[in-house]
Ligand binder design. Structure first.
Ligand SMILES: Nc1ncnc2c1ncn2[C@@H]1O[C@H](COP(=O)(O)OP(=O)(O)OP(=O)(O)O)[C@@H](O)[C@H]1O
Length: 458
């Protein structure tokens, strides 16, 4: 993928409409790029198989097939070519299908040339050897060697390479925001802003001006023009935390801004183009909120293009100890002391506790233990973990959530058993199947059905 030579980056433009193809070609040539045109899917496939391209821009509908086929072709052949799809205005479903299939991004027609240029720059920058995707991600990595966390890290790397909206789920304190920051830090947008918004913390009457900004004089107290979150995140990432808390009126406005990639400031006349990658998160079950009429289905589909599930700490095996050591070092350094040693019983207490509050609870618990311990070592009692069998049973029931709908509940039970078996067998599906007393075939079926896609080693 890296291009060290001075050869011009080459773009494949696939469109049967000559006018549009010519306009794209002209714009790309002006950007100093080399352009090859194809008037249909068949020719594009042949060219992709026989020549080196750095980017492909394809129309969705063509007489001999769909642009989506090219996305699939590139994926199937593992060609390292980012592809963006041109979709008819308003056909959100096509755009989402393309992103899900692995497209880098999409552009709505009529193509706004400024947007096209931004997209092209972004796509080509992803391919440079200096891409931030290959740089260390600073002091805020997601720690953990468990299969569950490693799977998350693999997905984070993939997500850093495209612009699809990501929807992060997971219990409170399980690292959703940290994951969002990591995707941003590893992406080509790393040098642009990451704006985190807690949707539940903004008063309803201020939401519009907070998100979209306002013009001087728009309302009493608007003494100067102010940018909103979208403009502040321009070129970068907008992280919508607790997105389920957005009121319905705001959901409509948000959907519009995301779809059209434009915002209008409160009191403003003109719309302003914005280029933001949206990552959203919630610890609530958003599809249930949709069923309950509290969350708009169209916005749900728009946000939930790719889902990233953060595992709860209790499903991360030995990671709890690894993270505990790292947290202790951090807190001790802050207090200017040597990190105390976790004594054997303290380690085993951490290993067996359920951590309903996940890593955040672990951090709080260690902060308190550090204050209580003798400074040299942390004993089990310094941790103040009190968990009776009844608490455990209750926590387990809570972990598995509601018992209805029954199928969802059973799926969660099945998933928990399979993940535990995979964890024990180092993600060896054959051994895990044996442990569970099911055939390998049945195991494969269940993994597919539950969407557990961690690579295995048979
Ligand atoms: N795998 C991990 N390695 C190291 N630190 C982690 C990890 N996961 C979470 N943390 C830390 O735990 C704390 C909580 O994480 P974060 O705020 O990202 O959780 P969250 O899921 O967004 O929480 P909430 O649902 O309450 O918003 C943070 O201090 C974060 O840095």
């Amino acid at each position: 993928m890296a291009k060290k030579s001075k050869v011009l980056p080459r773009v494949l433009v696939v469109d049967d409409e000559t006018d549009l193809a010519d306009l794209l070609e002209l714009t790309l040539l002006k950007m100093g790029l080399d352009v090859v045109k194809a008037n249909g899917v068949a020719l594009a496939k042949t060219l992709l198989d026989s020549q080196r391209f750095d980017l492909c821009l394809s129309d969705m509908r063509m007489p001999d097939g769909e642009g989506l086929e090219l996305v699939q072709h590139i994926q199937a052949r593992k060609l390292d070519v980012p592809i963006a799809i041109l979709t008819a205005y308003g056909s959100t479903n096509n755009a989402i299908a393309a992103l899900k299939a692995g497209a880098f991004d999409y552009l709505a027609k009529p193509v706004a040339l400024e947007q096209l240029r931004t997209l092209v720059k972004s796509a080509l920058k992803l391919d440079t050897p200096e891409s931030p995707a290959s740089l260390p991600t600073g002091s805020n990595p997601l720690l953990g060697n468990s299969p569950a966390l490693q799977y998350v890290l693999g997905l984070v790397d993939k997500l850093a390479r495209n612009l699809a909206p990501v929807y992060i789920t997971g219990e409170s304190g399980s690292g959703k925001e940290r994951a969002a920051r990591l995707i941003h830090a590893k992406s080509a947008r790393a040098d642009k802003p990451f704006i985190a918004v807690n949707c539940g913390a903004i008063p309803e009457n201020l939401m519009e001006s907070e998100f979209f900004g306002y013009r001087k004089g728009a309302f009493t107290g608007a003494n100067e023009d102010r940018e909103g979150f979208f403009q502040a995140a321009n070129g970068g990432t907008l992280f919508l935390d607790e997105v389920a808390d957005l009121p319905l009126v705001m959901q409509v406005k948000l959907l519009r801004a995301i779809q059209e990639r434009k915002v209008r400031q409160v009191g403003g006349v003109a719309e302003v183009d914005v280029d933001v990658r949206i990552i959203s998160a919630t610890h609530q079950n958003l599809s249930k909120c949709v069923e309950a009429g509290k969350f708009r289905q169209d916005l749900y589909y728009r946000l939930n293009v790719i889902e990233l599930k953060m595992p709860p700490l209790r499903e991360m095996g030995e990671d709890v100890l690894l993270i505990a050591q790292a947290v202790l070092q951090k807190i001790a350094a802050r207090h200017g002391m040597r990190p105390p040693v976790l004594q054997a019983e303290a380690l085993s207490a951490l290993r067996t506790y359920d951590f309903p509050g996940n890593v955040r609870e672990l951090e709080n618990l260690l902060e308190r233990a550090l204050a209580l311990c003798d400074g040299e070592q942390i004993l089990a009692e310094d941790l103040h973990i009190q968990q009776t069998e009844a608490d455990k049973a209750e926590a387990q029931a809570a972990n598995l959530g509601d018992t209805y709908p029954l199928q969802d509940y059973l799926d969660r039970v099945e998933r928990a058993a399979i993940m535990a078996a995979l964890d024990k067998t180092n993600f060896n599906r054959t051994q895990a199947a044996k442990l569970l007393g099911i055939t390998f075939r049945s195991m494969r079926y269940r993994l597919d059905r539950l969407g557990i896609t961690q690579g295995a080693d048979e």
